[in-house]
Design a protein around this ligand. Structure first.
Ligand code: ADP
Length: 414
């Protein structure tokens, strides 16, 4: 086994697994830390946790358990995957988990590189950009759970770690592998253990991955892992030869409030019947009204809690942030189980936390990575209550405006 990865949410894990699978490598995604010792492992194993916004001590404990499983599976290198928009709060959990993994692995230094050039995430002079906007001016400033109000990764990371934070900037990365290696070594001599690394293009990520080939632990977004299969010179089965799409009805569930998801919901609502979930109505009436509505639908309907920042703030001021989020996530989870029991076999979920809630409710423990719908979003096959299902788990910001229809069309004829 070459690489063992730990992802802080479910869509992050599918994103990473999808990009690794692009190389043709066999990639297996486990939901939560598998029970029992490793068996039937793939060369690339990704463990999806749901630890982005839980207390740091719990996030650390879960990632240490995941690490222990991956070590037992024989992984040679480890990857801590978080969001390409560095979603976290000043308390963590990106830094605390990285530090804990470093201790366990005896790693003296690690890098932080959430760049995902294909999706418009780039890092320059330690500042993260979303397209042409600095992170803190992007729609991420209004995220319901992790509003990002600073664009500087060193400033974001510093309060989350005990060790010193430094930067390898783009000018150094442009000079190539040896220059990056030398700069990392120079920083290590100064006792700088947490190093943000600039990247604005896939070519930069290749340089960085190569420069860090001997690192036990890499941390970053999914794109940083893309060059790794070539470096590991893998072989073996190709995933897509054997991947099969389960047949059955389809459903789109959206719990993301990102700018892109709002546009995707608006676009898809023109094509299919749709139902809007309101946290206050869920509090008052529960989930039964939407289940009744769904039972009368055919085709591939849409159920969404997706709302504007203004509406999210209104709901949060009445219910509290966590309560509003939990009401929506619980509803999506119950709807997914109901839909499965009604014969739905293909579900598209928008939102990282939302996807976590849905997969957990469906009792899914392993996903086999299939065809890619958009950069970072593959279809996945899984078992749920003895039924074979296809899930597409989309992080809020990913995909183009027509994503939901594109995803469903991708399985047409499969
Ligand atoms: P993303 O991938 O865009 O970050 P997530 O699903 O991870 O999406 O996070 C969105 C969060 O916002 C979830 O916890 C969800 O329950 C919550 N949420 C969704 N709709 C609403 C709403 N209308 N009001 C308040 N919170 C909401």
């Amino acid at each position: 086994m070459f690489l063992g990865a730990i992802a802080d949410d479910f869509t992050g894990a599918t994103d990473l697994a999808g990009l690794l699978a692009r190389s043709g490598a066999r990639v297996s995604l486990r939901i939560g830390v598998p029970e029992g010792p490793p068996a039937d492992t793939a060369p690339y194993e990704v463990i999806a946790l749901k630890i982005r916004t839980i207390p740091a001590v719990d996030a650390v404990a879960q990632s240490e358990a995941a690490l222990a499983w991956l070590q037992a599976a024989g992984a040679k290198q480890f990857f801590w995957k978080y969001c390409s928009t560095f979603d976290s709060t000043p308390e963590g959990n990106i830094g605390p988990v990285a530090e804990a993994l470093m201790v366990r692995l005896g790693a003296k230094q690690t890098i932080y590189c959430p760049a995902f050039p294909e999706n418009g995430r780039s890092i320059f002079m330690g500042n993260l950009f979303v397209g042409q906007q600095p992170l803190a001016e992007s729609p991420m400033k209004d995220h319901p759970l992790t509003p990002m109000r600073d664009s500087n990764l060193m400033r974001l990371l510093a309060p989350q770690v005990t060790g010193d934070v430094g930067l390898v900037d783009r000018l150094c990365v442009a000079r190539g592998v040896d220059a990056v290696r030398a700069e990392l070594a120079r920083l290590a001599d100064q006792g700088i253990v947490h190093v943000v690394v600039d990247a604005v293009a896939d070519a930069d990520l290749e340089v960085i991955a190569k420069a860090c080939q001997s690192f036990k632990l890499l941390t970053g977004g999914s794109a940083l892992a893309m060059p790794l299969p070539a470096l590991h010179s893998q072989g073996g089965d190709t995933v897509l030869d054997t991947w099969q799409a389960p047949k059955g009805e389809a459903l789109v569930l959206s719990g993301s409030c990102s700018d892109m998801t709002q546009r995707q919901v608006a676009a898809y609502a023109k094509l299919a019947s749709s139902y809007r979930l309101d946290p206050l109505a869920l509090m008052r009436d529960g989930v039964q009204p939407v289940l009744d509505w769904l039972a009368g639908q055919s085709g591939a309907p849409l159920i969404y809690a997706t709302a504007t920042p203004q509406d999210v703030r209104a709901a949060q001021s009445k219910l509290g942030r966590d309560r509003a989020g939990a009401l929506v996530e619980n509803a999506l989870a119950k709807i997914a189980v109901f839909a499965r029991d009604q014969g739905v076999r293909r579900i598209v979920v928008a939102g990282g936390e939302s996807s976590g809630a849905v997969t957990q409710a469906l009792g899914v423990t392993r996903l086999d990575i299939g065809p890619e719908i958009a950069p970072g979003v593959p279809w996945c096959a899984c078992d749920s209550d003895g039924k074979r299902m296809a899930l597409a788990l989309k992080s809020g910001n990913f995909g183009a405006e027509a994503f939901f229809a594109t995803a469903l069309q991708k399985l047409d004829g499969m």
